[in-house]
Design a protein around this ligand. Sequence first.
Ligand code: URA
Length: 267
Amino acid sequence: MTPDRAPTVQELLTFYLEAGVDCALMDEPVNRIAEAGVAASSGPPQAVAVRTAPVAMPAVRTEAAPAPEVAIQSAREAARTAPSLEVLRAMLEQFGGCALKSTATRLVFADGNPQARVMFVGEAPGRDEDIEGLPFVGRSGQLLNRMMAAIGLDRTTAYIANVIPWRPPGNRTPTPQETQICLPFIQRQIELVNPDVLVTLGNPSTQTLLSVRDGIMKTRGRWFDYDTGSRVIRALPTFHPAYLLRSPSYKRLAWQDLRAIARALQG
Ligand code: URA
């Protein structure tokens, strides 16, 4: 059915958001309707025009990112000198070596108690986290809250962070370079929190932090040693809550992992 009026900007933005288009990748929106010689105000847009209408998304700050090797080296040098979590966070706010920063809304550093005995680490923030500036606040975060509650934990007794502290655009998988650039910061974060138990959530976090190649089906529920540089702590991979939302039958195994975490914290 042909609409009897042109959609409002609000309706178009809602349409784009629902279709997963939620960030601009260029400095300025491009008016492709004008380019194609179609007047934006001349009645309902055609299908093609709707797909390519100008999007009034916030302009993106673009700073030329350094070459990955340079960025990795400067991340290593910076992160190791951070004497506290506050300084580490401030360093990340200033860090210009990761291009993800320019498409993200804000830094997602951590949530929870830095004195906690257990630290959970996911992959990267999603849309909800990017908006709030806190890790695991969307649907998978709600499941993580329930998983923690099942063993008597909450955000006052656990610390939560991600390997990557900026949301990749459209929730795409972070590139290996982006991961390597961010790695020194999460490694220093773990060292500063110094938990008794580190829980890696899902494959990317497990493989990156524990330097293993096996997939999560093989690594989950197995204890690893994680050397912070100052101390060796126990690390347990388990399923990412987002995976459990898609595959609830694995919650049974996740429950075993949670009980193992609880036992380790009692010991
Ligand atoms: N998935 C993650 O890995 N981290 C978050 O913070 C949210 C979803």
